[in-house]
Design a protein around this ligand. Sequence first.
Ligand code: ATP
Length: 323
Amino acid sequence: MNSVKTVAVLTSGGDAPGMNAAVRAVVRTGIYNGLKVLGIKKGYEGLLRGDIEEMTLRSVGDIIQKGGTILQTARSKEFTTKAGLEKAMSMAKIFDIDALVVIGGDGSYRGARDLSELGMNVIGIPGTIDNDIACTEYTIGYDTAMNTVLDAIDKIRDTSYSHERCSVLEVMGRNAGWIAVNCGIAGGAEAIILPEKEFDIDKDIIIPIVEGRNRGKKHYLVIVAEGVGGAVEIAKYIEEKTEITTRATILGYIQRGGSPTVTDRVMASRMGAMAINLLLEGKKNRIIAVRDGKLTDLEINEALNMEKTIDGDLIDLSRILAL
Ligand code: ATP
């Protein structure tokens, strides 16, 4: 039986395009089903401060196309302490919050899990551009970020080809090379360097470039994930060894912003609506995920205990296709 009357929603961790579509879906599906929906500003920080306001159908109008998050986001140290958690629970009580929808990454889920242990009913929605959440194949913002990276690759390629140059592009992904590997394949990279896999600069970068040149290639692209870093040093090394003019580009926050793609808008909308539907079904402490291509939900601790590794076949494929 559903006993939830007031649901609060927050966005936490790094912002990601599509978070607004998820907030909108939580608010509108909640109100449609007779619930009161509260918006918490700046993630757990706002919960601690009581920076909370009632959402209306109109307060989420004109946001589906916007990147970032209208609720804003923050990283809160205080929240991770015992005193901080208790303060958060007492603020939730003051606002009569029966359930909390958390849109964010693994760290945000850990916070949600801690709240659930103190009695809050939590639902997690995966929102982070890195796609580094173990339990799910897809996270909100990932598709938009990859399309932004691909657009940059295509532009850089024009110059790279015209001048017969090599480009080293650093893309986001602190612990996960999902953006790097997919954009490497989509952009035809000679080498993709991931945090999940040790690399040998001569074997994995210099040899493919030199062999490519011998086969008549006119430009070269190396993708480096943020978690590996060192794009500038790698570029210098390539230039020294091959005498091919090489430039490094670090895409940075450009990848975090921008209008969400169709995929991110639709998936975020479905996930937001699903969060409310789970609560209406009386479910507790679930993480929404995509598994085997389907939307599903998992118990929060089960979700947090999972591990995710990058598909080795994708790396092999990228090497073959760069020949
Ligand atoms: P992203 O992948 O975009 O970085 P994230 O949700 O993993 O998203 P974090 O900064 O790790 O981002 O976490 C967001 C917030 O969640 C933190 O500021 C903190 O308040 C809370 N949090 C993170 N880790 C924990 C933890 N182990 N226990 C309790 N709360 C946590």
